[in-house]
Ligand binder design. Structure first.
Ligand code: SF4
Length: 386
């Protein structure tokens, strides 16, 4: 078995070299203490910088008022910057959803997409439990790669492929979250925010950076891993590593199932040829679930392909046979240019849910959020139009 990846957040920016800046965002308090030690300062000052960047959402060294003016000047002169990822463009949906293009590194114009869904989408705990329309129950959908190599046939992100250097660093992943928390003045601890790592990319093909970002978000930002869900297309080695993560750092797991059997799944998700459903389920069984925790099976309904009554019966059998405490989140496929599928009829989606429930499998329908701005599930493709 591999070792748990409970290690310090890696430094993903070199110290300033006189030409390029050193970036503080993405370092944990320990990493920041090391930077401060290099300046001859006490290590506890690292905690002050962490608090400023991750709780007060400070984006300039000059604004970290817990540091002396002289120290702030000195850090800036040496080339240290906060360097938090920046929201470069915002698209607003009529349903309150916002989609962002986020620049992860200063001076690098390549972007990833992040989505803010006030009131969630019905797929996470607390979603739609919103008598007051209060966004204090919101969900942020986070990207882990600048594209994706998995090539699910129904997904627009797959069209991008995965460029070289397509893996986001802990700064790039956690920075999306903090930039959005800042935009909406979220106070962690007061407001209820869910994170879903279901944006661009396959998190388990960028495992070390993904888990380093989770540790940063838990330990420095103060978010609960029980309010985070990571979705995988079924990368078995990643699930096996995930099973050995400590419970106080491990998000919940969602498996992107999307088909009732291996034959259909291999057609729409080529990754199934490498890791078929049984192998994925075997790996999931190694996870020691917390009390009341359930595994989520995400299921995209494609009209005529995966939304038929016999498919629902097969999915119910499959989920029951796993023996796992589980629920199914149903997602009516969202259209995208160049993708050869059709949206299911609302009646077919409702019937599918009814059949699962009748067979004893909890099933929820995730509401499409931000379809008008290409923010909905499977639509993320760094589109610059709304
Ligand atoms: S659905 Fe997820 S894993 Fe599949 S291609 Fe799209 S981003 Fe990648």
């Amino acid at each position: 078995m591999r070792e748990k990846s409970d290690q310090p957040v890696p430094i993903d920016a070199a110290p300033p070299d006189g030409g390029s800046p050193g970036l503080l965002f993405g370092l944990d308090a320990e990493g920041l203490a090391a930077v401060l030690a290099g300046e001859g300062e006490a290590s506890w000052r690292g905690k002050q910088i962490a608090e400023a960047m991750y709780s007060q959402y400070v984006t300039e060294v000059s604004s970290i008022t817990t540091l002396s003016l002289e120290l702030r000047r000195r850090l800036a002169e040496k080339g240290w910057q906060v360097g938090r990822p920046r929201i470069a463009n915002t698209f607003q949906s009529c349903d309150g959803t916002e989609r962002y293009l986020v620049e992860c590194r200063p001076g690098d114009p390549s972007t990833v997409e992040t989505v803010w869904m006030p009131e969630g989408d019905g797929g996470e705990a607390g979603d739609a439990d919103n008598d007051t329309k209060d966004w204090s129950r919101a969900t942020i959908c986070v990207s882990s790669q600048v594209g994706c190599a998995v090539n699910c046939q129904f997904c627009l992100t797959a069209k991008l492929g995965l460029p070289a250097a397509g893996n986001l660093t802990p700064r790039g992943i956690a920075g999306q979250v903090v930039a959005v928390l800042d935009r909406h003045s979220v106070r962690v601890g007061r407001d209820r925010v869910n994170l879903v790592f279901m944006g661009m990319g396959e998190p388990f093909l960028n495992y070390d950076n993904f888990m380093a970002a989770v540790r940063l978000l838990v330990r420095e930002v103060g978010l609960s891993p029980q309010r985070m869900t990571v979705s995988t297309s079924g990368v078995v080695p990643g699930i096996e590593r995930f099973a050995s993560e400590p419970a106080d750092l491990r998000p919940k797991l969602a498996i992107s199932l999307n088909a009732p059997n291996d034959q259909i799944r291999a057609e729409i998700m080529p990754i199934n040829r490498k890791w078929p459903i049984a192998a994925v389920v075997d790996a999931v069984r190694r996870i020691r679930l917390r009390p009341h925790e359930r595994i989520t099976f995400e299921y995209v309904l494609l009209a005529g392909v995966t939304d038929q009554p016999e498919h629902a019966r097969e999915v119910a059998r499959l989920v029951r046979r796993t023996g796992l405490p589980a629920k199914v989140n149903l997602i009516a496929w969202n259209p995208g240019p160049g993708i050869p599928y059709t949206m299911p009829e609302p009646a077919a989606v409702a019937a599918f849910q009814g059949a699962l429930i009748a067979d004893g499998v909890p099933a929820y329908i995730r509401q499409p959020r931000g379809r008008d701005i290409f923010a909905a599930c499977g639509q993320l493709k760094r589109t610059t139009e709304a």
